[in-house]
Write a protein that binds this ligand. Structure first.
Ligand code: G6P
Length: 475
């Protein structure tokens, strides 16, 4: 029994198999995990997560009640309960509902003439999402001591707070969304009953948190309109209960980044990148290969920069690191292929024997990303929408010589970094090309001064304080 619990789909560790078919243990990926990891390792937390792969499933099934820490796995001091949710249920809940429906709604990714379609088949997928949330609520109810605090993360687990409250009214429950929240008109695409269930599910929490004020306000607007809830900027009252509404803008972990970026593997990558760059200017982007990250329009903008500002031909290199994500979904596989085709076109149009205008890498290499952060003259972060975007915060915190940040106004990070970034409309490719030119020509002293302010803003709420902030809001 424990006093503090965290629940998220992806956990702090993931399993694989070695050549002999034995289980191997690695670190779970993604921003959410790194944010929570630095906290969970040092606090008495039980972290409840889902088994994502066959190897995870085997490890979870072999551990007593799914508790990996009790099965002799080294999970970095964190107590982890990994849920062995049946494969088909997990697939429907994670790939179909969470990643292809709720993620698409909040990031406004639908091509609406043809999608979404909410039919009988969708209802079956939804039932799986309900079952998946119930499995989390049941596990949390079993692990939590009397009056414990439970921090539920993200759109995978919108229903769990209410389910948990029904079983354990003694608990203090928070829900935190790492994504944006859709505007009311877009959110209303969901079938009415499901739209309401998501909202009432989250309002089972005592506190509902977001990275940015506009996402919290959009959530409040949906509650007011769809539930008739009584909403203020800091609370939602519905069904005789009041949930707090809060903004906790996760910041970059400067201590971790600086220590990590000073290691040998990063120094080796720096040497390689410098050799590829020569004395040219460097434009960097680092993203998951994710539809919302808007990498295609970013590359189109770079192509337009080279077309319209010929002075940059031969004098700039764009390193675009787009590491793999959600490749179970066909849209994501196709997106990677589109990026590669576009990179080929840019290469064909501009490359010369001694200049490669674009280096697109689609593998994951964290030390290389850190080296690029240190070296970048310009960082491009142009998502269609983004809950926060930590890349925009990490790079200024690590920059050696100052970096000019080209930032989408639709990223949560723009609320804190907007004054010192060059803001762009992510759909405006020409505007983004102009912003790249402006960033590349920014005087050195101005760039350095802006970087200092960006770094200060970016590191204001590092993960431990972000976590403490939410606990404080829970009382
Ligand atoms: C990003 C988002 C999180 C989300 C995670 C899931 O990090 O900011 O909101 O939980 O992606 O990604 P996954 O790879 O687990 O589908």
């Amino acid at each position: 029994m424990t006093d503090l619990l965290v629940a998220s789909n992806r956990g702090p560790v993931s399993f694989g198999y070695d050549e002999e078919g034995r289980l191997t243990l690695g670190r779970g990926g993604g921003g959410l995990v790194s944010g929570l990891m630095s906290v969970a390792g040092s606090t008495e937390v039980v972290w409840v997560c889902a088994a994502l792969s066959d190897a995870d499933r085997q490890a979870a099934a072999e551990a007593p009640a799914g508790r990996l820490d009790r099965a002799g796995h080294d999970v970095g001091g964190t107590a982890v309960r990994m849920l062995d949710i049946p494969r088909a249920t997990f697939h429907r809940a994670y790939n179909v509902i969470a990643n292809s429906t709720l993620w698409f709604v909040h990031h406004m990714l639908y091509d609406t003439p043809s999608k979404p379609v909410f039919d009988d088949a969708f209802r079956k997928e939804w039932d799986a999402y309900v079952a998946y949330n119930q499995a989390f609520a049941d596990a949390l109810a079993e692990e939590a001591s009397e009056g414990a605090r439970v921090l539920v993360q993200d759109y995978h687990l919108c229903l769990a707070p209410r389910m948990l409250r029904e079983r354990r009214p003694d608990l203090r429950i928070a829900h935190f969304s790492h994504t944006p929240w859709a505007p009311l008109q877009y959110y209303r695409m969901l079938p009415d009953d499901i739209g309401r269930d998501v909202l009432t599910g989250m309002l089972g929490a005592d506190h509902v948190g977001f990275h940015a004020g506009r996402w919290a306000a959009a959530f409040g607007a949906c509650c007011a309109e769809l539930l008739g809830a009584d909403t203020t900027p800091s609370s939602v009252r519905h069904g005789g209960r009041t949930s707090g509404l809060g903004v906790h803008a996760l910041g970059a972990d400067a201590d971790f980044l600086q220590e990590r970026a000073s290691r040998q593997d990063v120094a080796a990558r720096l040497r390689t990148l410098r050799a590829q760059l020569g004395d040219r200017r460097l434009v960097v982007r680092v993203d998951r290969t994710e539809l919302s990250k808007n990498i295609v329009r970013g590359l189109l903008a770079y192509r337009e920069l080279l077309r319209r500002y010929p002075q940059w031909r031969g004098n700039v290199v764009h390193m675009a690191f787009a590491y793999p994500s959600r490749h179970d979904l066909p849209e994501y596989r196709e997106y990677t292929a589109t990026l590669q085709r576009l990179a080929g076109e840019i290469e064909d149009e501009f490359a010369t024997p001694d200049w490669q205008p674009l280096l697109l890498q689609v593998d994951d290499d964290f030390p290389r990303s850190l080296a690029a952060y240190r070296l970048a003259d310009v960082l491009v972060v142009n998502p269609i929408r983004d809950g926060m975007n930590l890349v925009a915060k990490e790079c200024p915190a690590l920059s050696d010589r100052g970096v000019a940040l080209v930032l989408s106004r639709e990223a949560g990070a723009a609320d804190e970094l907007g004054d010192d970034a060059v803001l762009v409309n992510p759909f405006d490719v020409s505007g983004t090309a102009d912003a790249l030119h402006e960033a590349l020509t920014m005087p050195d002293d101005e760039r350095a001064a802006r970087t200092k302010r960006l770094a200060a803003a970016a590191t204001r709420l590092p993960p431990p304080r972000w976590f403490a902030d939410q606990l404080a809001a829970l009382g």
